[in-house]
Design a protein around this ligand. Structure first.
Ligand SMILES: Nc1ncnc2c1ncn2[C@@H]1O[C@H](COP(=O)(O)OP(=O)(O)O)[C@@H](O)[C@H]1O
Ligand SMILES: N[C@@H](CCOP(=O)(O)O)C(=O)O
Length: 318
């Protein structure tokens, strides 16, 4: 369930008067979603999404608004928050911070085809090209420092082998990434398939920017490759890999250092989700009754990135 704060039609009808988006016709709670309360709102003008923020970390909301405004202005398929009659995007409703978005078309691809993969690579490449010039700042909340700090909390719940693996990986990445400055920019930070919407083969929208931050662009790309191309056994599907990377590199060729650190980054981002999912289960259970994601999936992906072959990166524009 994903409506933690219910809203009435009257509340929303009154709320919509702050904007020039038309009059309320229907209001429907959205069952997917895990952190915020989400509603589909239809007015006599269009379809919208209303989000109430439930989780704290509200000080970051202006960063997300600025980033979405910036990307939407550059014609990237992201829902730019609607601004009210006074130009203000961030509102309050039912005691919660609230944002209204245009509703993007489409559905989440569970088994993306190669055209859909190329569309994602193309859009992410264009997004990273633009986001390198974004001036907002928010440190990556799930970077190597975070891994180093927080992995100790889950060690007691792991087998001896997994404890050794986690500690060895973190020490290895600390060495590999020490004194390295990779290309930086604003990143989505959680660009899984279920944060995209496809209308057929067309990428209708990238949503859920609440892990958005500034940091290594390669981090974003590695999250995408792990989620979009890994098969049931955790191995990389080479056709999807080539489709995403070929389209991405046409917009942003990787530097030599990024190419060298690519296998590390694939492992580091697998570890990031292994750890965040373990923390949810063992250390920070969610305030609401939701089914946690399975940490074993990312433990398996990490194992395959270590033991399996990481296909060669295509050359730029290949
Ligand atoms: N702008 C949007 N357009 C269309 N659907 C959206 C939009 N924003 C959210 N949704 C829908 O609402 C669901 C939950 O939104 P999301 O931001 O992922 O919530 P949470 O942060 O709680 O996980 C998404 O899976 C998607 O189906
Ligand atoms: N998409 C993630 C959930 C978001 O990560 P978090 O670190 O912000 O909890 C997943 O699949 O685990």
């Amino acid at each position: 369930m994903a409506v933690f704060t219910p809203l009435s039609d009257d509340q929303v009808a009154e709320f919509l008067e702050r904007y020039t988006v038309g009059r309320l016709q229907t209001l429907k709670g959205v069952p997917q979603g895990t952190e915020n309360s989400t509603f589909f709102v239809t007015t006599d003008q269009n379809d919208w999404v209303l989000t109430l923020f439930e989780q704290g970390g509200f000080e970051d909301l202006p960063f997300f608004v600025e980033l979405l405004d910036y990307l939407a202005e550059r014609q990237l398929p992201v829902p730019g928050p609607v601004h009210d009659r006074d130009g203000v995007a961030l509102q309050r409703l039912a005691g919660r911070p609230a944002l209204l978005f245009p509703r993007m078309p489409g559905s989440h691809p569970s088994a993306p085809n190669l055209v859909q993969c190329a569309a994602l690579g193309d859009t992410l490449g264009r997004m990273h090209q633009a986001s390198q010039h974004f001036t907002g700042e928010r440190a990556n909340p799930r970077d190597l420092d975070w891994l180093t700090r927080r992995h100790r909390e889950v060690l007691p719940f792991l087998s001896d082998d997994d404890q050794a693996l986690m500690s060895r990986e973190i020490a290895g990445h600390a060495q590999a990434f020490a004194d390295i400055a990779l290309p930086q920019g604003a990143i989505h930070g959680d660009l899984f398939r279920d944060n995209t919407l496809y209308d057929g083969d067309r990428l209708g929208g990238i949503i859920d920017f609440y892990n958005g931050c500034t940091g290594d662009l390669l981090f974003d790309l590695a999250i995408v490759i792990n989620d979009w191309t890994s098969d049931a056994d955790g191995d990389i599907d080479e056709a999807r890999y080539a489709a995403i990377l070929g389209a991405y590199l046409a917009h942003r060729p990787l530097t030599e250092q990024e190419r060298k650190l690519w296998p590390n980054m694939l492992r580091l981002t697998a570890l990031r989700y292994w750890l965040s999912r373990l923390l949810v289960i063992h250390v920070d259970p969610p305030a609401h009754d939701i089914t946690p994601h399975d940490p074993a999936r990312f433990r398996m992906l990490l194992g395959r990135r270590l033991d399996g072959r990481v296909p060669a990166l295509p050359l730029a524009g290949e």
